[in-house]
Design a protein around this ligand. Structure first.
Ligand SMILES: *Cc1c(COP(=O)(O)O)cnc(C)c1O
Length: 443
C-alpha cells in the first residue's frame, strides 16, 4: 500500500476537511530549504514548515546536538529536578530577550506558552489580592488553538464551533488601515484609541493585554508601525495592567530583530515563545516573565504557587536543539541573512504592487505577504487554494492564509533561490491576470 493509502486509513490532519482536501503529499526527507517528495521531486519550503524553521532542514550542527543529548539524557521530570540543557537555555534566552525578562517557564508548544502567560497574568493579580477578570486583545489576533488561547484570538470560522466555551476577552481594533476607521493611511499611535477606550472602560478589571507585536500572523500577516507598540506599552503602564507579547511567530528573527518588541524598544511583562525556538525541530514552548511577575508567586504561602505544568516541561532534547539554534544565530550571523532576505523583498515591492490583482504588500524581516484581490464574488479560500496549487506545480510551497499569499523561507535560503521564487510569483500573477482579462472579454 502507498504512503497516501496508509495515511488515509488512520490519520486525521490539522485544519483539514478530510473529505474534500487534496491528498497529502508524502515527504521522505528534507535538507536546507528543500523538501523531498516520495515521487522524487524537490519542493522549496516557502513557509518554513508552518513558520517554524530557521536554519534549514536537517542542519548538521543541530543534528549533532540532538543525537548527543539523546545519548546523555532524553527526559526527566522537571518538578523537583533540573538539568544542564534547561539551565543553559534559560541563561541564553535571558541574554537575548528584551531587558527585564529574567524568568523562563517551559511548556511544549505555542498555545501552551500562551495558556501559561494568561494563567500567570491572572494569578498574578489573585496573589496580589485583586480580582481582575478581563483580558484585552486585538481584532485579527491569533494566539493558538487551546481554549484560553482561542478565547484571546479574534472570533473566526475556526473558533465559531466553540463559541460558548470561550471566556470573554474584549477586542480592540487592530492597527490596520483598512479596518480601524480612525485614520486613513497606515495607522500609528492614533489607532491606540480603540484600545484606550477599552482600558478606560474596564479600569481596575483588566489582568493583561495580549498582542502579537509588530506582526499579526494567522489573522492575515498584518504589519504594524513600531509607534503603536510603543504606545501600547505606555498605555499598559498608565492603566497598571500587564502586557503579554505573544512572540510565538515573531520570535527568533522572523521580523528582522531577535524579538519583535525590539522594534519599539519595549519590554513586555510576559513574553511567549515557541515555533522557531527550536529551529523547527521539536515542540517546545517558553514563557518569560519579569522579576515583578515572578515575585508575586514567590512566597511561604503554598497557595501562591503557580499551579501549572506539563509532562514534557523543559524536555532536554528540545532544550539541546534550542541551544544549538541560538548558537547558530551567532556563528552564522543569521540576523544579517534575514536583513539580506528583507532587502530582496523590498527590491521587489514596487514591481509587485504594480500588479492589478495585488493589494497591500507588507514586508517585515523575512516575511513577504500580499493580498490577491478577489473579484466576481469568488471565495477567499478558493483563490488561495488555486495559487497554492499553481506554486506547487512550480515546486514551491506557499501555503496562503485565505487570499493572503506569503513567502517566509528558512533564513538559509540562497540569493538565486529567492530570485527564482520571486520570478515564479511574477509569472503566476501574470498568468492569473491574463486569464482574468480573457474571462472578462468572453462575457
Ligand atoms: C502559531 C501561533 C501560536 C500557536 O502555536 P502552536 O505551537 O501552533 O500551538 C500562538 N501564537 C501565535 C502568534 C502563533 O503564530
Amino acid at each position: 500500500m502507498s504512503l497516501v493509502d496508509r495515511d488515509r486509513k488512520h490519520l486525521w490532519h490539522p485544519y483539514t476537511q478530510e473529505k474534500t482536501a487534496p491528498l497529502p503529499l508524502p515527504i521522505t526527507g528534507a535538507k536546507g530549504v528543500w523538501l523531498e517528495t516520495e515521487d522524487g521531486r524537490r519542493l522549496l519550503d516557502g513557509v518554513s514548515s508552518w513558520w517554524v524553521n530557521t536554519h534549514g532542514h536537517s542542519h548538521p550542527y543541530i543534528n549533532k546536538a540532538l543525537s548527543e543529548q539523546a545519548g546523555t539524557l532524553e527526559h526527566v521530570i522537571f518538578a523537583g529536578f533540573t538539568h544542564e540543557p534547561a539551565i543553559r537555555l534559560s541563561e541564553m534566552l535571558v541574554e537575548v530577550l528584551p531587558e527585564g525578562l529574567n524568568r523562563i517557564f517551559f511548556s511544549d508548544n505555542g498555545s501552551t506558552a500562551v495558556e501559561v502567560a494568561l494563567k500567570m497574568a491572572y494569578q498574578y493579580w489573585v496573589n496580589k489580592g485583586e480580582e481582575r477578570t478581563t483580558f484585552l486583545a486585538l481584532e485579527r489576533g491569533y494566539h493558538g488553538d487551546t481554549i484560553g488561547a482561542m478565547s484571546a484570538s479574534d472570533a473566526s470560522t475556526f473558533t465559531d464551533p466553540f463559541k460558548s466555551l470561550l471566556f470573554t476577552v474584549k477586542k480592540a481594533a487592530a492597527p490596520f488601515a483598512l479596518e480601524c476607521g480612525h485614520c486613513s493611511d497606515r495607522c500609528d499611535v492614533t489607532c491606540s484609541k480603540s484600545l484606550e477606550d477599552l482600558l478606560r472602560h474596564e479600569r481596575g478589571n483588566v489582568a493583561a493585554v495580549i498582542v502579537e507585536p509588530m506582526l499579526q500572523g494567522a489573522g492575515g500577516m498584518i504589519v504594524w508601525k513600531a509607534a503603536y507598540l510603543k504606545r501600547l506599552r505606555e498605555l499598559c503602564d498608565e492603566y497598571g495592567v500587564l502586557l503579554i507579547a505573544d512572540e510565538v511567530l515573531t520570535g527568533f528573527g522572523r521580523t528582522g530583530t531577535m524579538f519583535a518588541c525590539e522594534h519599539a524598544e519595549i519590554s513586555p511583562d510576559i513574553l511567549c515563545m515557541s515555533k522557531a525556538l527550536t529551529a523547527g525541530y521539536m515542540p517546545l514552548g517558553a514563557t518569560a516573565a519579569t522579576d515583578n511577575v515572578f515575585e508575586a508567586f514567590y512566597h511561604e504561602d503554598r497557595l501562591k504557587t503557580f499551579f501549572h505544568g506539563h509532562s514534557y516541561c523543559a524536555n532536554p532534547l528540545a532544550c539541546a536543539v534550542a541551544i544549538a539554534n541560538l548558537e547558530l544565530f551567532e556563528k552564522e550571523n543569521t540576523l544579517s541573512k534575514i536583513a539580506f532576505i528583507n532587502s530582496k523583498f523590498k527590491g521587489f515591492e514596487n514591481e509587485l504592487s504594480r500588479f492589478e490583482s495585488v493589494r497591500d504588500v507588507r514586508i517585515i524581516g523575512g516575511v513577504l505577504a500580499f493580498e490577491i484581490e478577489v473579484r466576481d464574488g469568488g471565495y477567499l479560500a478558493d483563490i488561495g487554494q488555486q495559487f497554492y496549487q499553481r506554486f506547487l506545480e512550480k515546486k514551491i510551497v506557499l501555503r496562503p492564509l485565505g487570499n493572503v499569499l506569503l513567502f517566509m523561507p528558512p533564513y538559509v535560503i540562497k540569493e538565486e533561490e529567492i530570485d527564482w521564487v520571486l520570478d515564479e510569483i511574477r509569472s503566476v500573477l501574470s498568468a492569473y491576470e491574463a486569464t482574468r482579462v480573457n474571462s472578462a472579454k468572453s462575457i
